[in-house]
Design a protein around this ligand. Structure first.
Ligand SMILES: Nc1ncnc2c1ncn2[C@@H]1O[C@H](COP(=O)(O)OP(=O)(O)OP(=O)(O)O)[C@@H](O)[C@H]1O
Ligand SMILES: [Mg+2]
Length: 553
């Protein structure tokens, strides 16, 4: 139970809620057991009265039984309200911790490990851990309390019968544990098959155009069929094992009833026990059988939770490679210098840049040209410090980039990515995303500068138009221009265009470049482009040759 130790501080944090939960467990069990003796007493009372009809004694017993049952119900409700609520809160806190760590990790951290996998599993893992936090803890405590109270009552009634009827129960726990473990394994396999289906469906939805262009509908349908078939097989396999779960429990209930009947019958004949007491035993055993089964189940749940927690810990222990250790806030001018910068992608070993040096004064512009794969986008990543150089250094305003407050620095960067990425949100929010307090007039002003205002006005909902999966599909050029507006609205000091005008016709490109003349002169701009015409506007042009390009060797 090593990995689960990480959760102890969480338990401690919610100790008050959990403490109440334990009290409620004791109370609900107490009343659950307390009422049983009155069932026996009623049976005996009835069998001792000769005449049928009103029996005051029995009526009181029935009253106690009903009252106890109500209290049991109430305390069970309260127990769930405390323990399950605590487990949900801990789950929430854990999820937030995982998510914020995810946001902190750098770009290379994501690629080096199988983080995609990890992220997929984490959501499942958190659920597994919650099962340990809530039901796991609850059932174990429940069993212990129940066992204690029931044993006292049972031993008070008859010792040898108590021993006989308790004997098979640990075995039941063990068998249920084994069955649960198999169920867990199989349900994991089934989940995998299910997620394969959803990935496939998602893929074929987003790739629907490609599928239709290539007339591959039948092929896709056939593949889908195979995947669904696989899921069906696995679901059936699981259902078969699950069927054992209750069968075993019911079998043991039957078995124990026979034991009680046999032994109890003999004791009745030898006048050791009354019919009522034997009836009590039936009830005690039926109450105990569920928690004993649950302990088997919980053991397997806890094993799974431990494995899950270990994975979560492994993730939380990952240290980001990009560390921001400065927190002062100051303005950035925008002088940039690359000194002998080399960069090798750690996952592939591809050397994207080799000893690159250049200098841009604040307010000037640099166009970067070069063949595909020559390392242009890598320069943009380095400049925003999404990655750190393998060799050499980058200076901003004469200071090594690593010695800048990263958050402060990035506030001064405007970046238009090569593949325009917009969030599934309104156009207004996508443009306003870059700043803290966007307002619609400002958004419109920058949409005009990026020459996309007139397109937006054609949409029915104008700036409220949703983009992406659940909204309007934008053309490549429209997306690019919204991304440009988003970068400019920040009034950056360093502006990076990563081939961001490629989807535009030359006329629109000219329009934009003219509109942003003032923006460009007020900041240092880096324009990655394949077009001579755009490059010529810049103060300098950098021509990259690919490190691996045989022509440059
Ligand atoms: N995340 C990555 N992991 C591994 N290698 C990468 C990664 N990104 C880029 N590379 C490699 O680094 C080299 C430079 O890539 P980069 O994206 O900087 O080229 P680029 O000049 O922007 O090309 P393009 O004009 O096609 O956009 C390429 O050989 C590419 O395969
Ligand atoms: Mg690129």
């Amino acid at each position: 139970m090593n990995a689960l130790k990480t959760l102890n501080p969480y338990f401690w944090k919610h100790r008050i809620l959990l403490f109440w939960g334990f009290l409620f467990i004791v109370a609900s069990n107490f009343f659950n057991i307390y009422k049983v003796q009155f069932v026996g007493k009623s049976v005996d009372a009835i069998s001792h009265t000769d005449k049928l009809g009103f029996n005051k004694e029995v009526l009181i017993y029935v009253g106690i039984i009903v009252g106890s049952s109500l209290l049991t119900g109430f305390f069970t409700f309260m127990m769930r309200q405390t323990i399950i609520v605590a487990s949900r809160r801990i789950e929430y806190e854990l999820k937030n911790k995982i998510y914020s760590h995810y946001q902190e990790l750098s770009l290379t951290d994501f690629k080096k490990t199988t983080i995609g996998d990890l992220m997929n599993r984490l959501s499942e893992d958190v659920v597994a851990v919650r099962m340990y936090l809530g039901p796991g803890v609850m059932y174990v405590v429940n069993l212990l309390v129940l066992l204690m109270i029931t044993s006292i009552y049972m031993l008070n009634t008859n010792v040898s019968m108590t021993l006989w009827s308790l004997l098979p129960l640990p075995l039941l726990s063990f068998v249920i544990y084994k069955v649960s473990s198999i169920i867990n394994k199989k349900s994991k396999i089934m989940q995998k098959s299910q997620s394969a289906i959803s990935t496939f469906v998602q893929d074929s939805f987003s790739g629907i155009r490609v599928i239709k262009f290539f007339a591959k509908e039948q092929y896709i349908e056939k593949n889908y069929g195979i995947k669904v078939r696989d899921y069906q097989d696995k679901a059936l396999d699981l259902a078969k094992t699950e069927a054992y779960f209750f069968t075993i429990i019911l079998f043991v209930i039957g078995l124990l009833n026979v034991v009680i009947l046999l032994i109890g019958g003999q004791k009745y004949l030898s006048n050791e026990l009354s019919v009522g007491k034997i009836a009590d035993f039936f009830l005690y055993i039926n109450i105990l059988i569920w928690p004993f089964s649950m302990v088997g189940w919980v053991t397997s749940v806890n094993q799974r939770a431990e494995a899950s927690m270990a994975r979560i810990n492994e993730f939380l222990d990952m240290k980001s490679e990009i560390i921001n250790s400065h927190h002062d806030v100051y303005p950035i001018k925008g002088d940039i210098e690359f000194r002998n910068v080399s960069y090798t992608y750690p996952n592939t070993g591809i050397k994207a840049l080799d000893g690159l040096s250049f200098k841009i004064e604040a307010g000037k512009s640099l166009a970067i040209m070069g063949k595909t794969g020559s390392g242009k986008s890598t320069i943009a990543l380095l400049l925003a410090r999404l990655i750190d150089p393998t060799e050499g250094e980058i200076l901003v305003d004469g200071r090594n980039l690593k010695d800048h407050n990263l958050e402060n620095y990035r506030n001064y960067i405007g970046y238009i990515p090569q593949e325009s990425f917009l969030f599934s949100d309104s156009i207004e929010n996508n443009i306003g995303f870059a700043i803290d307090h966007p307002n619609i007039d400002l958004v419109k002003e920058y949409a005009k500068i990026a020459d996309v205002d007139k397109n937006i006005k054609e949409f029915k909902d104008q700036y409220k138009t949703m983009v992406g999966e659940r909204g309007v599909m934008l053309s490549g050029g429209q997306k690019q221009r919204i991304a440009i507006a988003r970068a400019l609205i920040k009034k950056p000091k360093i502006l990076i265009f990563d081939d961001s005008l490629s989807a535009l016709d030359t006329e629109t490109e000219e329009n934009i470049l003219q509109n942003i003349e003032t923006e460009i002169t007020s900041c240092t701009s880096i324009i990655i482009t394949h077009r001579e015409s755009s490059a010529k506007r810049a103060d300098q042009i950098l021509n990259l040759t690919a490190v691996h390009d045989p022509a440059s060797a």
